[in-house]
Design a binder for this molecule. Structure first.
Ligand SMILES: Cc1cc2nc3c(=O)[nH]c(=O)nc-3n(C[C@H](O)[C@H](O)[C@H](O)COP(=O)(O)OP(=O)(O)OC[C@H]3O[C@@H](n4cnc5c(N)ncnc54)[C@H](O)[C@@H]3O)c2cc1C
Ligand code: HEM
Length: 405
């Protein structure tokens, strides 16, 4: 809980800090990585550093957290904290590292804001930082226990037992634990971090949703090769595509992620676009193996049928679920379309107006941010309350930070 004295100072300095926070976090990262280069080896995603995404996410989350404390000093913006804690556990953040981040973040605040940082301002923001850090540390400690791993060491070696080219730029890898030991269970919708050594010797982590976890020992990730066409090729996705074959070993974290399929009877809507299909297919598989009869609408948008990864799996799983129905949208349905070969395919962008949304529907979204914003707006317009709409972002969650702020 934020003290009343600090609350007044934070309220007064929020505009100042909010306006400068991107410069502050930019400075913070530069100094921290210069003095702790080990954090860029096997922890921070240098792609996100290069494109500025992670900087915006950290900045947005702190301002959002401070803002919510001011509205209600006892408040804990749960969704924001859960999202960050799961991501932190998946990259192996430890309690000790919060002191490192604190040192460089506050050094950067003083550097950027100069004399505006009176001792009172520094103390008030210190309190905000440690309240947020305390909540995150507690959450992460629980996650490490649940995942049955040592704090900061979520890693285990997996052997690639299958590789399947899904589309021109998407490949699936089927994995089993290298030591043969059964890993702790997964919740449908979760992701793992994959830890790889790049050609320059630096380790990099990326998250991949489990597109299948058919039994206790087998897991599948489905990876799209990103970049190209004027932007740098995605370094990890490209490496996985080019170099990983059956028989190779991959280092994966335990599964984490707060956007999981809740076990309830309410009607379900799974809406994805592009590679956002992966957690949805994982959820569908879970429903099928549980013999679910839940009314389920499976919606997917893609460039074309040929680009639609896991399309056959989606159709197969939907056919095993008596309450499920699929509807696909393609920007370029192709010559044989619309509809001839596949009745559930329409041309254009996803349009919920063409469907009957059941009352009480629980929606899960995954895909590019503009897609999710659009579908979320359609759902809200159709009367679905925000608390019944969950979404997974395949990158730092800028949207959530925007929303909470
Ligand atoms: C929870 C979660 C689940 C995910 N699940 C999946 C999944 O199931 N399947 C999947 O394929 N992906 C998934 N992702 C995305 C995945 O983690 C990676 O982000 C993705 O594979 C790209 O990583 P990369 O190393 O190939 O690209 P990076 O090298 O990280 O590059 C990312 C982007 O930044 C651009 N970029 C890089 N350097 C620069 C630069 N200097 N200037 C400008 N732009 C630059 C690249 O062109 C590229 O478009 C998920 C992400 C999250 C957070
Ligand atoms: C109060 C302190 C902290 C805050 C507010 C914070 C905030 C965030 C946020 C908002 C994200 C993005 C989550 C998302 O994907 O949506 C993130 C990711 C991350 N954080 Fe933190 N964090 C804090 C402390 C730390 C510490 C102590 C470390 C370890 C040195 C750390 C390492 C990371 C890493 C490695 C990622 C993933 C980065 C990436 O994939 O680009 N964070 N954090």
């Amino acid at each position: 809980m934020l003290s009343p004295e600090s609350a007044a100072v934070v309220r007064a300095s929020l505009p100042l800090v909010g306006e400068a926070i991107e410069r502050i976090t930019g400075h913070f990262y530069d100094t921290m990585f210069r003095e702790h280069p080990e954090l860029l080896d096997g922890m921070f995603n240098r792609g996100n550093q290069a494109n500025g995404m992670q900087r915006q996410a950290l900045a947005g989350s702190i301002v959002a957290f401070a803002g919510s404390l001011l509205t209600d000093p006892q408040s804990r913006p749960d969704a924001l904290l859960a999202r960050i804690a799961h991501k932190h556990a998946a990259v192996g953040v430890t309690e000790e590292q919060y002191a490192i981040v604190h040192k460089y973040l506050f050094g950067a605040i003083v550097e950027v804001l100069g004399e505006a940082v009176t001792p009172q301002v520094a103390a008030a923001w210190d309190e905000v930082y440690w309240l947020m850090a305390g909540a995150l540390v507690a959450h992460e400690a629980r996650l490490y226990v649940e995942a049955q791993v040592r704090p900061g060491h979520p890693w285990r070696s997996w052997t690639v037992v299958g590789r399947r080219q899904e589309t021109v730029d998407v490949v699936s890898f089927l994995l089993r634990p290298t030591d043969g030991q059964a890993p702790p269970p997964v919740r449908a919708g979760q992701y793992v971090s994959v830890r790889v050594r790049m050609p320059d010797g630096v380790h990099q982590l990326r998250q991949y949703s489990l597109s299948s976890a058919p039994d206790g020992r087998t897991r599948r990730i489905t990876v799209k090769r990103v970049g190209g066409d004027g932007t740098p090729l995605g370094e990890v996705s490209d490496l996985l595509h080019r170099t990983v074959r059956v028989g190779d070993e991959l280092t994966l974290s335990a599964p984490f992620g707060d956007v999981v399929l809740e076990e309830e009877d309410a009607p379900l809507l799974l809406a994805s676009a592009g590679i956002g299909c992966t957690p949805m297919v994982g959820m569908l598989e879970h429903l099928a193996s549980a013999g679910s009869t839940r009314p389920t609408l499976v919606l997917h948008a893609d460039r074309s049928p040929a680009d639609h990864a896991l399309r056959a799996d989606t159709n197969r799983l939907v056919s095993r679920l008596p309450g499920a129905r699929a509807q696909f949208w393609y920007e370029w349905p192709g010559a044989a379309e619309p509809g001839a070969a596949e009745p559930g395919a329409w041309a254009g962008r996803m349009d919920l107006g063409a469907l009957d949304l059941p009352d009480g529907v629980r929606a899960y979204l995954c895909g590019p941010l503009p897609f999710m914003r659009d579908v979320r707006a359609q759902l809200l317009a159709a009367g679905v309350p925000p608390r019944h709409i969950r979404y997974e972002v395949f990158g730092p969650d800028l949207w959530l930070a925007d929303d909470a702020a």
